[in-house]
Design a protein around this ligand. Structure first.
Ligand SMILES: [Ca+2]
Ligand SMILES: [Ca+2]
Ligand SMILES: [Ca+2]
Length: 161
C-alpha cells in the first residue's frame, strides 16, 4: 500500500459514492475550482453538490411543490439507473457485471482525480486534495451516525456504487 496515492484513490472512490448516493445527487458531481485559487476547496465542493441537488430537484419535482415525493424519488432512481446503464453497460446485455461496475467506478475515480488536479500535473497534491478530504471526513461521520457507528463508511459507500 503506498499511502498517499492509495488513500487519495480510496477517498475519491468513497466520496464519489457518497455524493452519488446522497438524496438528490446523480452520479459524481463535477468538481471545479470556482474561485480560481488553484484548489477545489471543501466549500466549493459543497456549493457544487448543492447546485447539483437543486438541478435534480428541478428535474424530478414533477408537481413543483419543492420536494420529492416517494413517487418522484422512485422516478428519479429509475432514471438514474437507466442513465448509469447507458454509460456503464458496455456489452449491452442490460445488466452491470462486476467488471462493468468496476470499470465505471475506475472511470469515475479517474475523472474526479483529474478534476481535483487543478494544475494538471498528474498528481493530486495534499493541497489539491485537502478540500475533498474534509468533505470525505464529514460524509464518513454522517455515515457513521446513520449506520450506528463504525469507521468503515468509505468502504461501504464504495460498494454501493
Ligand atoms: Ca478554489
Ligand atoms: Ca452488461
Ligand atoms: Ca496537481
Amino acid at each position: 500500500m503506498s499511502e498517499r496515492i492509495t488513500s487519495t484513490t480510496l477517498a475519491v472512490a468513497a466520496i464519489a459514492a457518497a455524493l452519488s448516493t446522497s438524496a438528490l445527487a446523480r452520479g459524481p458531481i463535477e468538481l471545479r475550482d470556482i474561485d480560481g485559487d488553484g484548489v477545489v476547496s471543501a466549500e466549493e465542493i459543497r456549493t457544487l453538490a448543492e447546485e447539483q441537488r437543486a438541478a435534480r430537484l428541478a428535474q424530478y419535482d414533477a408537481d413543483g411543490d419543492g420536494e420529492l415525493s416517494d413517487t418522484e424519488k422512485d422516478a428519479m432512481r429509475e432514471a438514474m439507473r437507466a442513465e448509469r446503464l447507458v454509460t456503464a453497460d458496455t456489452d449491452g446485455d442490460g445488466e452491470l457485471s462486476r467488471a462493468e461496475r468496476r470499470a465505471a467506478r475506475d472511470a469515475q475515480r479517474d475523472m474526479m482525480e483529474a478534476q481535483l488536479d487543478v494544475d494538471g500535473d498528474g498528481v493530486v497534491s495534499d493541497a489539491e486534495g485537502a478540500g475533498f478530504d474534509e468533505i470525505r471526513e464529514e460524509r464518513r461521520e454522517d455515515d457513521g451516525r446513520r449506520h450506528g457507528g463504525g469507521g468503515r463508511g468509505g468502504e461501504r459507500a464504495e460498494l454501493a456504487i
